[in-house]
Ligand binder design. Structure first.
Ligand SMILES: C[S@@+](CC[C@H](N)C(=O)[O-])C[C@H]1O[C@@H](n2cnc3c(N)ncnc32)[C@H](O)[C@@H]1O
Length: 320
């Protein structure tokens, strides 16, 4: 969709023309905006700090040979796996996932990832294994009651292969659940404009996914259900969720969820962003002021932001 017009940043006085194809405004614009905005009482300096790099140099393992981009660490490029997010501590703290094993203490739980990011203390019924889900899984056929795949959006070039492997390792009668999120930050009341930083966020990831061949449009494309069906699962159901970011909702539960979502995103905006924006050719300073503007807009409570998540689940047919 072609987008152009004034960027509607309070006090910025800047106008901007977005790329007619991607809808993305140039990174340079955020530097100009930062210069125009008086950051009164704003904790975000325009350029921020990059003191978050975790040195992994002393750990002798190829798995731990992370790539460093603009001072932050990403997993090393191994085999087929490409992940756009970070694997350093600042990022990992927003994704602690021991709760499932705690809730089901009599169930053996295996967590897999390409990065050895997991905490060293985990419940006794949980173990983590390094596994690249884009190549043949190392687990035997018909061996799991339940396979849960979460937030691989932007990391997968062939969802069909991923769900076929999930089907293979599920026991007959076992379940698959896929939980994915959309990158676009939206509003239903017009408070998110295309050229606001929050309006730009998703466009950046969608374009990065288009270039990398690992799409960020997993939720909007409906690929989860299609690929789960094609793998052979039956009794497929799906649920769409709008997750608010910030405490703007009138609904007390959504208000709480929005507070958590706000915390998870603003804890490390740069971490989510840097690989994508550097691939799009932005200078680090441009990414950092854009990140600062995202935090600023979310804090302002003027944008009633939510993002979409989709859960799809199904069952492997019982053995005949
Ligand atoms: C957005 S995080 C989600 C983490 C966790 N699943 C959760 O829901 O909290 C995406 C994770 O997928 C992992 N990942 C990316 N590509 C992968 C692959 N090919 N195989 C296994 N894990 C992968 C990344 O290392 C990262 O930890």
């Amino acid at each position: 969709m072609a987008t152009s017009g004034s960027a509607a940043q309070e006090g910025s006085g800047s106008s901007v023309t977005a790329d007619p194809v991607t809808g993305i405004v140039p990174g340079q614009y955020w530097l100009q905006t930062a210069q125009n905005i008086a950051y009164d009482g704003d904790q975000d300096s325009a350029l921020g700090s990059d003191g978050n790099a975790e040195s992994t140099a002393s750990i002798a393992s190829s798995i731990l040979e992370y790539r460093t981009i603009q001072g932050r660490t990403y997993h090393s490029e191994r085999g087929n796996a490409r992940y756009w997010g970070l694997n350093d501590d600042q990022q990992n703290e927003s994704m602690d996932i021991n709760d499932f094993a705690d809730q089901f203490p009599n169930t053996a739980v295996i967590g897999t990832d390409i990065s050895p990011i997991q905490p060293s203390w985990v419940p006794p019924n949980l173990r983590f294994e390094i596994e690249d889900c884009t190549i043949v899984w190392t687990y035997p056929s018909d061996s799991f009651d339940y396979v849960h795949i979460r937030w691989l959006n932007g990391s997968i070039d062939d969802w069909g292969m991923v769900f076929k492997e999930a089907y293979r390792i599920c026991k007959p009668g076992g379940f698959i659940e896929s939980f994915e999120g959309a990158p676009c930050l939206e509003s239903d009341d017009g408070t998110v404009k295309d050229t606001d930083a929050v309006g730009q966020w998703g466009k950046i990831f969608v374009e990065y996914g288009r270039r990398s061949g690992r799409s960020f449009t997993t939720v909007s494309s409906g690929i989860q259900k299609k690929a789960i069906q094609e793998a052979g699962f039956v009794a497929i159901e799906e649920k769409d969720i709008k997750t608010p970011i910030g405490d703007w909702s009138q609904d007390p539960t959504l208000k709480d969820i929005g507070r958590y979502a706000h915390l998870a995103l603003t804890k490390d905006v740069e971490g989510y962003l840097l690989l994508a924006t550097s691939e799009l050719g932005w200078a680090k300073e441009e990414s950092l002021v854009f990140a600062a503007q995202i935090r600023r807009e979310l804090r302002s409570k003027k944008h009633h932001v939510y993002y979409r998540q989709k859960i799809v689940w199904g069952k492997k047919p019982e053995a005949s």
